[in-house]
Ligand binder design. Structure first.
Ligand SMILES: [Mg+2]
Length: 168
């Protein structure tokens, strides 16, 4: 049987890099948009990934999900260093699962074909654009806060959702 395409966001879905980096941003008292942009461009991503760790055993959950979905990781990046760090991390942890690094200036829905494919993301704007282009948006939220999209708090919940849209 053909598996449905599933794109997973990295930061805030698989890795706890958002929470960890906000912690550093607060400690360093960075407040302006430029300061924060510069911070993300310059930070050592290998170190940030290790310090952040997985969200709720995401890696083993993705291994399980890969039996049912055709998974790729679709992640926005601020720099080549970040792209390389994520590539290296997932090559080791999830061999066989492709990482697509998307420059910040490009929308995820323009990088790949969203038609009939699922995107799990913690950032609503990505999901809104994904839906407009025929994709299936799923909001990941560790707080379970409600929004207009189907929301999951655990990646394995994807196995319980009935994706009514037919496979191509
Ligand atoms: Mg994210």
């Amino acid at each position: 049987m053909q598996k449905r395409k599933l794109y997973l966001d990295c930061d805030g879905v698989i890795l706890d890099t958002i929470r960890k980096s906000y912690e550093i941003i607060e400690n360093q008292n960075l407040t302006t948009r430029d300061e924060i942009k510069f911070f993300y461009e310059k930070i050592n991503w290998n170190e940030l990934i290790i310090k952040s760790g997985e969200i709720d055993h995401s890696i083993s959950k993705i291994r399980k999900l890969s039996n049912f979905f055709d998974i790729e990781i679709l992640t926005h990046v601020h720099s080549e260093v970040e792209a390389k760090a994520k590539f290296d991390y997932f090559a080791k942890e999830l061999p066989g699962i492709n990482v697509i690094s998307v420059p910040k200036s490009i929308d995820k829905c323009d990088m790949v074909d969203p038609n009939g494919a699922i995107l799990v993301d913690d950032f609503i704007t990505n999901l809104e654009k994904w839906k407009k282009k025929g994709g299936i948006p799923i909001k990941f939220s560790d707080s379970g806060k409600k929004c207009d999209f189907t929301t999951i708090t655990d990646l394995t919940q994807l196995l319980e959702i009935d994706f009514a849209i037919k496979l191509k």
